[in-house]
Each structure stands twice: as structure tokens, then as C-alpha cells.
Write a protein that binds this ligand. Structure first.
Ligand SMILES: O=C(CO)COP(=O)(O)O
Length: 225
């Protein structure tokens, strides 16, 4: 990571009650004030229904959690890229372990996102899939071993080799693709370890969303980097 690049934090709201409705906005305000106090970029990834409210009432970047590989038309219940763009999203997660996609669909969405100046954070489950995803040149590859997601056991401690292996393989393919990691990350020690292993940020959920004081948890998360 070059010296002027700061590590980033992407908070995946998922569909927790603690990150839905009014709480979606208060979490976004926590992210905004944590950014104001630390200068570390903080990104919200709420459910689609909460995106507009957060864009209207905060200044932090907002990512969709998923976009469907569809064209405008008869796709009841799907998430259309053009609608998200009209509501001002800054980026999107793709291929999260809880919303897996086909490689061809990931490729078509990463291509379309680039044409619309939208950032993409494509999730992977191991080094091999991180390597494959890097060939599509997304903004970020976020490696998250599914078995650690939601456990509070941080990937940076439990499986450090998945981070170092992903960084080596991804940077070999395209130095401009940034590597994030996630799964079980919740404390400043977890994030410090991730950065020391070569990650350029973290993608996390329950450690912040389920914290007694999410803003304090965010400040602790970035307190050691
Ligand atoms: O899936 C994740 C982020 O996308 C990780 O979830 P946890 O932070 O709850 O382990």
C-alpha cells in the first residue's frame, strides 16, 4: 500500500435487525463520525431499501450488497444496476459467500460497473478464487473464508496464510487491484494484524453491528493502524 493510501473499512450491514430501518441510518452516522475523527475511509453497505436515506443524510460512500446480472425489463424482485446508479451508489459488493455468483456474471457486472465509474468489491473464499477474480480487475478483492464468517474468530489470526497468499497472487496479476480481508474481524488487533499481512482494508459485519456501541467499536477497530 503506498504511503498516501489509507486502509479502508467496508461495513456489510447484511440483513441484521440491528442494521435495518432507522438503525441503518444511525450506523451510517457512526461510520461518518468515525471517518471524521480518524480520516480512515468508512463505507456503508446497507440493504437496498436503506441506500437512498443514507445517501441523502450522510456523506459517506455507500455500496450495494449485490447487483443482479440482468438487463432492464421483466425481472421481478431483482436489483438493477441502473436503479442503483440513479440512487447515487458509489460501489457494490459482488459474489459474497451469502450471495454467490457465476464467474461470467461477475465479469459482466465488473465491466458494466467500470463503464459507470462504480467501484466493485468482489468477494472470494480462498486464494484460488481470489486469483481468478483478480483477472477481472475489480477495485477490490475481499477474501473471506466462509467458515469464519460471523464467528468472531478473526481471519487475520486463524488463517493468515489466506491473506498473504491472496495478496501475493492478486498483486502478481494486477498491482492496482486492492486486497481486503474479512470474517471474524472486530478489534483493533484484528485489523492491525490484517494490515501487517498485506491487506489494504477490511470487510466486516457482526463485530460492529452487534457491538453495544458501534461507534466506539469502529474507533477501536482503526486505533492500532
Ligand atoms: O461476511 C462478512 C463481511 O462481508 C464478515 O462477517 P463478520 O464480520 O460478521 O464475520
Amino acid at each position: 500500500m503506498s504511503k498516501n493510501d489509507k486502509p479502508i473499512v467496508i461495513l456489510n450491514y447484511k440483513t441484521y435487525l440491528e442494521s435495518s430501518g432507522d438503525k441503518a441510518l444511525s450506523l451510517a452516522k457512526d461510520l461518518e463520525s468515525a471517518y471524521d475523527e480518524t480520516g480512515i475511509p468508512m463505507i456503508a453497505s446497507p440493504q437496498a431499501i436503506d441506500i437512498t436515506k443514507i445517501k441523502d443524510e450522510t456523506s459517506i460512500p455507500v455500496y450495494a450488497q449485490h447487483i443482479d446480472p440482468i438487463k432492464p425489463g421483466g425481472n421481478t424482485g431483482s436489483n438493477l444496476l441502473e436503479s442503483f446508479l440513479a440512487n447515487g451508489i458509489d460501489g457494490t459488493l459482488l459474489n459474497h459467500s451469502e450471495k454467490r455468483m457465476k464467474l461470467a456474471d461477475i465479469e459482466s457486472l465488473v465491466t458494466k460497473a467500470k463503464e459507470s465509474n462504480l467501484k466493485t468489491c468482489v468477494c472470494s473464499n480462498n486464494v484460488a478464487t481470489s486469483e481468478a477474480i483478480a483477472t477481472l480487475s475489480p477495485t477490490y478483492v475481499a477474501v473471506e473464508p466462509p467458515e469464519l464468517i460471523g464467528t468472531g474468530i478473526p481471519v487475520s489470526k486463524a488463517e493468515p496464510e489466506i491473506i498473504t497468499g491472496t495478496v501475493d497472487k492478486v498483486k502478481n496479476i494486477n498491482k492496482n487491484v486492492k486486497v481486503l480481508c474479512g470474517a471474524g474481524i472486530s478489534t483493533g488487533e484484528d485489523m492491525k494484524a490484517a494490515i501487517e499481512l498485506g491487506a489494504e482494508g477490511v470487510l466486516l459485519a457482526s463485530g460492529i453491528i452487534k457491538a453495544k456501541n458501534p461507534k466506539e467499536a469502529l474507533l477501536d477497530l482503526v486505533s492500532k493502524i
